[in-house]
Design a protein around this ligand. Structure first.
Ligand code: B12
Ligand code: SF4
Ligand code: SF4
Length: 400
């Protein structure tokens, strides 16, 4: 620890270097003024877009006021960490309705603990250079408005899908923060929001331009206007966050996505520039990047809990796991194996999941009936053709 006056400019540069040594892809520093976001945040809650994520409403405006969450906070150090694994096989998996699509952020180890530990280490390094220093690390673990903070810290801009995007790195990265009580110089922010107290006059500057690809591609139309996601319609919400029944009208739109959704990021032109993760921890485990729906549905609860230790997927619990796969099996082409598998889980499923299984069986029966009808019409057609051939052979022997 040093007793001489602290050169905060130098310290800020060291912090960025230490952050990179700890494996973070980028580090930035912002002040804590999020007042420009308050009207939009409150509007989002008023519309009920948070669905049953009560924690989003519970802390009121603490989310936009970091010094109410941690008194004394002067700056927020935001970090991002790339998670895109090698050989993501996006189209291969989305194309095959019998395979399970799991969001690529969730194939490996849970990022929360991993990032928080590294942020703690960053805090310890800073403490060695300050006489008095307090900090708190957060990774999606408290009422923190992570994306607007990261935007302020110069890590990118919030795209129309609301995720943070970076010109050199796309959007396949996680965010985390260290709240600190020292007056570090803030990073340059190319996307500063020109805010007035009236949200209608607020102008967002960013590099989305006139593109609306993410809004158009969203299978459930969850991006209800640019920069606003109605979580209740988002596949990520109803496959991960919500323990309740998946709305019937949205089930067919889920396709084979059984845990989260990446569509709005996959269509985004900036992800051409995305970097692969350097962390072994985020590479796919247990073949989760290429696995059939049927083999995952066969897992017992014990197997699920064992196999997914340390994975973010474990958090949703076995019943939500079955619920999601049941819907995807309902969306898959008809197969007798699927019908047998769905029936076999009736006795371990709770009432909510049983209803999803019944729905999936109904979808399978509809497809079976459609196949039978098609076969029937084909064979009727074929009978007519055979009659025609016989008549040609008999009546037009020269030209037959
Ligand atoms: C709740 C939540 C969800 C919800 C709601 C999503 C949402 N868009 O809010 C659900 C479950 C749907 C979800 C899904 C996903 N999530 Co999520 N989620 C969060 C969480 C916990 C809070 C987000 C939040 O504060 N929402 C509230 C709304 C109101 O905030 P907002 O959309 O940013 O809106 C603000 C600004 O845009 C602005 N604003 C809005 N309109 C306007 C207009 C004007 C004019 C102005 C000036 C401002 C403005 O003001 C608003 C209030 O500040 C964060 C972690 C955290 N603590 O921040 C992770 C987080 C955002 N999620 C993350 C991820 C990875 C995802 C998924 C990609 C996961 C997946 N593959 O399935 C999807 C993506 C879906 C999507 N398009 O957003 C990452 C994003 C990383 C990144 N690169 O941005 C985060 C940061 C977690 C992390 N620590 O890494 N998520
Ligand atoms: S994650 Fe999927 S469902 Fe959610 S907003 Fe993006 S494209 Fe739509
Ligand atoms: S798809 Fe287009 S509009 Fe959506 S975030 Fe990317 S650049 Fe912006």
């Amino acid at each position: 620890m040093t007793t001489t006056a602290i050169n905060y400019q130098e310290l800020a540069e060291k912090i960025k270097r230490w952050g990179q040594e700890l494996g973070f892809s980028q580090v930035g520093i912002s002040d804590i003024d999020l007042s420009a976001h308050e009207p939009a945040f409150l509007r989002w809650l008023e519309q009920g877009y948070h669905g049953n994520m009560d924690y989003m409403a519970r802390h009121g405006l603490m989310r936009t006021r970091p010094d109410e969450l941690v008194p004394g906070t002067l700056r927020v150090i935001s970090v991002r960490l790339n998670y895109l694994p090698q050989n993501a096989q996006f189209s291969k998996i989305l194309k095959d309705k019998n395979l399970a699509y799991i969001s690529r952020y969730a194939l490996g180890r849970d990022y929360h603990k991993l990032m928080r530990k590294r942020l703690q280490q960053l805090g310890q390094k800073i403490a060695q250079h300050c006489q008095s220093f307090n900090c708190r690390p957060f990774v999606d673990s408290a009422p923190v408005l992570e994306r607007p903070l990261a935007e302020k810290a110069g890590l990118g801009w919030q795209g129309k899908h609301t995720l943070l995007l970076n010109k050199e790195a796309g959007s396949w990265f996680f965010l985390g923060e260290l709240f600190v009580d020292i007056p570090l110089p803030v990073s340059q922010n190319d996307y500063a929001i020109n805010a007035s107290k009236h949200s209608d006059e607020t102008v967002r500057s960013n590099d989305c331009g006139s593109c609306v690809a993410c809004i158009k591609i969203c299978p459930t139309k969850a991006i209800v206007e640019p920069y606003v996601v109605d979580a209740r319609r988002c596949i990520s919400y109803f496959t991960i966050e919500s323990p309740e029944a998946i709305p019937v009208e949205l089930r067919p739109l889920m396709g084979n996505r059984i845990y989260g959704c990446d569509d709005c990021q996959l269509i985004c032109p900036w992800n051409k520039y995305a970097k692969l993760t350097e962390l072994e921890d985020f590479q796919a485990r247990e073949n989760l990047d290429h696995v059939s729906l049927l083999s995952l549905f066969a897992w017992t609860e014990e197997y699920f809990l064992n196999k997914l230790q340390g994975s973010p997927i474990r958090r949703i619990g076995y019943q939500s796991w079955l619920r999601n796969i049941a819907v995807a099996l309902g969306n898959a082409p008809y197969s007798e194996d699927i019908v047998t598998a769905l029936n076999s889980k009736q006795d371990v499923a709770n009432d909510m999941v049983k209803e999803h299984i019944s729905w999936a069986l109904e979808q399978q029966m509809i497809k079976r009936a459609a196949i039978a009808a098609e076969q029937q019409s084909q064979s009727a057609n074929h009978r007519l053709t055979l009659r025609l051939i016989r008549s040609i052979e008999k009546g037009l022997p020269r030209d037959a």
